[in-house]
Design a protein around this ligand. Structure first.
Ligand code: HEC
Length: 455
């Protein structure tokens, strides 16, 4: 059996190989939007923004691959590459280093992808592939200094225990040495005061505060210091966006793109909800949400109740930490029965603010457009804003055979792509190991474009 297939069988059997301390079962997630069942991709609905620290049960999950179950008694951290003394550390060794803790936002680089027009392939996240966690661990800088990082070490590669599906490339990323050596960049073993859950990277994950989640590698087993950026798929193809604006829908040369790093100022309106009726009783309406930014903290949040004509400063919550989100609220009495467009806009300490329109990028990263919520103010009936959800169609046997296995049909049914995009998507899957006979390809593309096309 090939190593990958063997490992997959083991993890499917629940890690019987272990014979030692396996992690405790994760807390069951509750009230999440399932974007993909397997690998697991879960989004937090808007009500989750009501708490400052996101409970583990509500914390979003993004997995490129299946979740590995790591046996802690066999786990080791290898530190190698451009260092004077390569190290092999156990968790006990690691815990002896000075510990550090911070609260910080973890946001998927693709959060908000579903709002891009034209639509792009990838999980169709709305607002909630983001959470605010409390992370405890050791400084990556302390580990690197202990190994004696050389002056030639410019990038730090983090690799986890997850194993790719099919012929897909491994999830490996590097972060520049400057960020890796920053005192706030951690290797964390605790989340919200508990051992890191399996879904969140047990036993060790990277905390790269202010940066998007693609740098926050889970299940870390290797730290390798390199003299240049790693040149694998997840550095050079995925997680890049154009340096200057490009024509929406075009494909962009990799050389003209830069890696996703810092997050941008962003706010989310947690309530009222789109299409709701507010202020029918004449009492003030609470408009609320959270706001965060990259490496500079949020300085202010403004709210508009008149489609962006005028803005008022919202009140920020007391809970704060440099990289954490800030809750905000603003009370408003609708002056007359009417249709209102509510907006929120965050500005960070560097003066950077949210745009009203965003440059399109081919993978739909770093969405931070000013959010809008439409409500009816005053007495009357509820608006009918939500479209009835359509049931996913039955997959024909040939499509099932080719496309369901590595993942379920949900990863496909969530997409809205043009025919050309479906062709590119199918070719990617074929490169990664999907078996599609050339004579079956047109029928496959027809099915995908017909049912999961751009609406
Ligand atoms: C050999 C395994 C495998 C097979 C078979 C497979 N896929 Fe995938 N698919 C993947 C992987 C790996 C991903 C990416 C998972 C991730 O990064 O989250 C993926 C993700 C996707 C996505 C989400 C968008 C994206 O690009 O991440 C779509 C859509 C998709 N596959 C469509 C298909 C279709 C259509 C077929 C049948 C032709 C298929 N897949 C067959 C492995 C496979």
């Amino acid at each position: 059996m090939k190593r990958r297939a063997f490992l997959r069988t083991l993890s499917a059997a629940g890690g019987f190989l272990a014979g030692g301390p396996l992690p405790a079962a994760d807390k069951v997630k509750r009230n999440m939007i399932v974007r993909s069942t397997r690998p697991e991709d879960l989004e937090m609905p808007l009500d989750g923004f009501a708490t400052w620290i996101t409970p583990i049960e509500r914390f979003f999950v993004r997995s490129h691959m299946y979740t590995p179950k790591v046996d802690l008694s066999r786990w080791q951290l290898r530190v190698e590459g451009e260092v004077a003394t390569p190290l092999t550390l156990t968790m006990e060794d690691l815990r002896k280093l000075p510990q550090a803790e911070l609260a910080g936002v973890l946001e998927c680089a693709g959060n908000g992808r579903s709002f891009y027009r034209p639509t792009v392939a990838g999980l169709q996240w709305e607002h909630g592939s983001v959470g605010n966690g409390r992370w405890k661990g050791v400084r990556l800088a302390d580990v690197l200094k202990r190994a004696g990082i050389r002056a030639s070490g410019k990038h730090v590669l983090l690799d986890g225990a997850d194993v790719p599906m099919g012929t897909m490339p491994d999830f490996v990323r590097t972060i520049p040495a400057q960020k890796a050596l920053h005192a706030d960049t951690l290797l964390a073993f605790d989340m919200n005061g508990e051992p890191l859950p399996v879904a969140h990277g047990f036993p060790l994950r990277a905390i790269v505060p202010g940066w998007a989640g693609d740098s926050w590698t889970k299940w870390i087993t290797h730290v390798r210091v390199l003299d240049k950026e790693h040149d694998g798929f997840f550095m050079k193809t995925a997680y890049r966006y154009p340096v200057t604006s490009v024509a929406p829908g075009s494909s962009v040369d990799q050389a003209l793109m830069t890696p996703v790093e810092s997050l941008r100022p962003k706010s989310v309106i947690g309530g009222p909800l789109e299409g709701s009726r507010v202020g029918a009783d004449g009492k003030p309406v609470r408009i609320w949400g959270v706001a965060w930014s990259g490496e500079a903290p949020v300085a202010k949040v403004e709210v508009s109740t008149d489609s962006g004509r005028t803005w008022l400063t919202a009140t920020l919550g007391q809970d704060r930490d440099k990289y954490a989100w800030r809750s905000w609220e603003h009370f408003w009495t609708p002056p007359r029965p009417a249709h209102y467009v509510l907006m929120a806009r965050a500005t960070d300490a560097r003066g950077e603010t949210q745009p009203f329109a965003q440059d399109w990028n081919p993978s739909g990263y770093l969405w931070n457009v000013v959010p809008q919520v439409r409500v009816e103010g005053g007495p009357g009936p509820e608006m009918m804003s939500t479209m009835p959800t359509q049931a996913a169609p039955e997959f024909p046997p040939k499509v099932k055979q080719a496309c369901i296995g590595c993942h379920e049909s949900d990863a496909i049914a969530g997409q809205r792509l043009t025919r050309a995009q479906w062709e590119r998507e199918a070719d990617k899957m074929i490169r990664w190991g999907a078996t599609v006979k050339p004579e079956d390809r047109p029928e496959l593309i027809d099915f995908l474009a017909r049912h999961f096309g751009v609406r």
